[in-house]
Design a binder for this molecule. Structure first.
Ligand code: SF4
Length: 344
């Protein structure tokens, strides 16, 4: 274990000013991913700032919808009456993630910040570009394992089929973030240069030439809360997660759906509005904008769902062991849409 400084703060201002003093500083929330990364020496912090005492756990209505504090526990959000009633997709996605014990520890802000579970990333003997060219922290300058991407041409069953680069084909592991992407959330952050609001689609990034960087946060910025705008999807929401075992497993493919439906004549339903996002397929939560556009104003039929799934798969590319996702993903989209149509 490498030595590090430990500081506990009770206000966001103290957290931000402590984080800007030194590089190699990390905020510690629930620790459900960061502690693993430290144990495996993927991350070697110089300084940990414990933010568990920050007053950021409130979940409350505001004029535009719902605001969820960054330190709210995943289990508290999933079980909150306002979330279950008005944003059931978020509740379903949270309950599909990890285990009950982990959901009791993990926070909303931490969930946004979690790193990929690509096994090469956690193994210093294997090539991985995401670990970065050199070690951060006290061993600054020490090579951080071999460069390259072990997953390309290696074990890549869990890996991306959209938006990958020649540097990295990892996927974002969160379930919660798929729901937040579909629900058009906004991330409120505070930092040395002030406050800003980041649309959820711009919070996480694709790997490109810089796979070490998962998101668009600036140095010293702290996630304060997440806003969810009011919607009409509550009656027709579904989160479908396909995984290797029934619990405590990351998604091979997941689909978050919100539908606003109108009964036009007899038993035919027309889709007034729709949101679709996928997990387990890209370096960031993957929104299916083209499929959404196609479905708006269409009847909720299997033929239209198939057409939407075909549109959603445009540009997909697999890497060998994950070839099955090219079939699993569209089938999952169709299945999730069918289920969301029937709910209410
Ligand atoms: Fe590393 Fe990304 Fe390649 Fe995995 S996919 S080995 S995280 S560079």
């Amino acid at each position: 274990m490498n030595p590090f400084q430990f500081t506990r703060v009770t206000t966001p201002q103290a957290a931000i000013s402590a984080s800007t003093k030194e590089s190699g500083t990390y905020f510690l929330a629930g620790g459900t991913n960061l502690i693993d990364l430290m144990k495996r020496e993927v991350i070697l912090p110089e300084r940990l700032i414990d933010i568990n005492k920050l007053p950021l756990t409130t979940i409350e209505k505001n004029v535009t919808g719902l605001r969820i504090g960054a330190m709210a526990k995943n289990s508290a959000v999933a079980d909150h009456e306002l979330v279950k009633t008005h944003f059931p997709l978020l509740s379903m996605a949270l309950n599909a993630g990890a285990s009950a014990q982990l959901r009791n520890m993990a926070t909303v802000g931490g969930n946004l910040m979690q790193r990929t579970r690509c096994s090469y990333f956690y193994d210093h003997s294997m090539p991985c570009n995401k670990r970065g060219p050199v070690q951060a922290g006290p061993d600054k300058g020490k090579p951080n394992g071999p460069a390259g991407c072990g997953a390309i041409g290696g074990f890549n069953r869990m890996h991306a089929i959209f938006g990958a680069s020649s540097k990295c084909i990892a996927v974002h592991p969160s379930d919660m973030c798929i729901a937040l992407a579909a629900l058009d959330a906004t991330v409120n952050v505070s930092g040395p240069k002030g406050d800003r609001r980041i649309p959820f689609s711009e919070f996480h990034r694709l790997p490109g030439e810089l796979p070490q960087k998962d998101n668009t946060l600036l140095p010293g910025e702290l996630i304060m809360s997440v806003d969810l705008p009011t919607n009409r999807f509550a009656d027709h929401s579904h989160y479908l997660k396909i995984r290797d075992r029934a619990s405590y497993a990351f998604a091979l493919v997941s689909v978050g759906v919100g539908l606003e439906m109108k009964r036009s004549d007899g038993s035919v339903h027309t889709i007034q509005d729709v949101r679709l996002a996928m997990g387990g397929v890209a370096h960031k939560p993957w929104r299916l904008f083209e499929a959404e556009q196609f479905l708006k104003g269409k009847e909720a039929t299997e033929a239209n769902f198939k057409q939407a799934a075909t549109l959603a798969m445009k540009g997909a590319k697999s890497y060998g062991e994950n070839d099955f996702k090219l079939t699993l993903a569209p089938n999952s989209i169709i299945d999730a849409l069918k289920t969301a149509t029937k709910t209410a």
